[in-house]
Design a binder for this molecule. Structure first.
Ligand code: ADP
Ligand code: BMX
Ligand code: ZN
Length: 291
């Protein structure tokens, strides 16, 4: 059965058709609209899915935010242009006329990455370093989920009590230092107004402040990984998202992690499915729910 998979992130929307063998076809991408109203997001989702919908039998969505009872609630509304609530499943069922399932983006990607590395059944945590910082944990072969959707939201653990206020309301979250939005927000002087992608480009040219912003992010993620190891004793952490997968980033995280005592160091790997882990994970979960 062909699945129309959708990945709704803070920066981009992606969609593709995924068949029973997990082959991904006709991938499309649009920017996520920055609007406080749900109408702009609905219109973008219509535009994204229109060319694909006739060939699909169901819809599976990996989305940023707390996903509970088919609704999206932003824990950090700044990541969604100020949008706080969105009736995700209801909207896609109306647009497509197909049965629809939704799950958090990092949880979906975690499941795909676990699947990709079978027969390795060791416990694993996936982190996306992207517009925000998201997480999904697998222990004993099961994806950690919870009724409110909060399980795995490692980006909102404390990195620095003197750090910036996060859009979720806490002070000094990992996300407020390490995410793409945070890297951009901390940029000053000639880097002010640059997005994270541009700051990475400056860092490659040797720009000292750009290099510092990226090192701050990588150090914060390394400390988060050590905390995760202490909490879960997972054997591996997989990094995804456009920051997590950016050239040289994982190497920096690994270098900071090497400063931690050995007991706090899991194996560190890049996402096997690269930028498609969320799409594939949502499709996989939909297939398991309704074979
Ligand atoms: P989403 O959060 O929508 O899932 P991404 O995973 O692409 O999307 O993450 C978006 C963040 O990654 C933005 O802050 C953007 O500036 C940054 N980014 C995008 N491409 C790159 C790149 N090639 N190198 C570094 N950062 C990037
Ligand atoms: C935020 C939160 C998480 C999400 C993570 C990564 C919102 C809207 N999202 O911590 O649910 O998993 O960002 O999201 O509150 P991404 O858009 O960076 O992929
Ligand atoms: Zn937070």
């Amino acid at each position: 059965m062909t699945t129309l998979a959708i990945d709704l992130g803070g920066t981009k929307l992606a969609a593709a058709l995924i068949d029973e063998t997990l082959t991904l076809r006709e991938r499309r991408e649009l920017p996520t609209p920055a609007s406080r109203t749900p109408d702009a997001l609905t219109a973008a989702l219509e535009q994204l899915t229109a060319p694909l919908v006739s060939r699909a039998r169901r819809v599976a969505i990996a989305a940023t935010g707390l996903i509970a009872k088919g609704r999206l609630q932003a824990i950090n509304p700044a990541n969604l242009g100020g949008l706080l609530h969105f009736p995700l499943v209801q909207t896609l069922e109306r647009i497509t006329g197909l049965p629809t399932l939704a799950i958090n983006d990092a949880q979906a990607a975690a499941w795909a990455e676990y699947h990709a590395r079978a027969p390795d059944r060791s416990d694993m945590v996936f982190l996306t370093i992207s517009t925000g910082v998201g997480g999904g944990a697998i222990g004993g072969g099961r994806l950690l989920t919870s009724d409110s959707g909060l399980a795995g939201h490692a980006g909102h653990t404390l990195a620095d009590p003197n750090g910036p206020r996060c859009g979720c309301g806490r002070i000094g979250c990992v996300e407020a230092i390490a995410s793409g939005r945070a890297i951009a927000a901390a940029a000053q002087g000639d880097l002010a107004g640059c997005d994270a992608r541009a700051i990475f480009a400056h860092a490659r040219q040797g720009h000292p402040q750009a290099r510092q912003r990226i090192a701050d992010s990588a150090r914060t993620v390394a400390r988060l990984i050590a905390d995760i190891k202490a909490l879960t004793d997972c054997q591996r952490v997989v990094l995804g998202g456009s920051i997590g997968l950016a050239e040289g980033y994982l190497t920096q995280v690994a270098a900071f992690l090497a400063d931690e005592p050995a007991v706090y160091r899991p194996a560190l790997l890049p996402a096997h499915y690269r930028h498609d882990a969320g799409l594939l994970g949502a499709a996989l979960i939909a297939r398991e729910a309704q074979p």
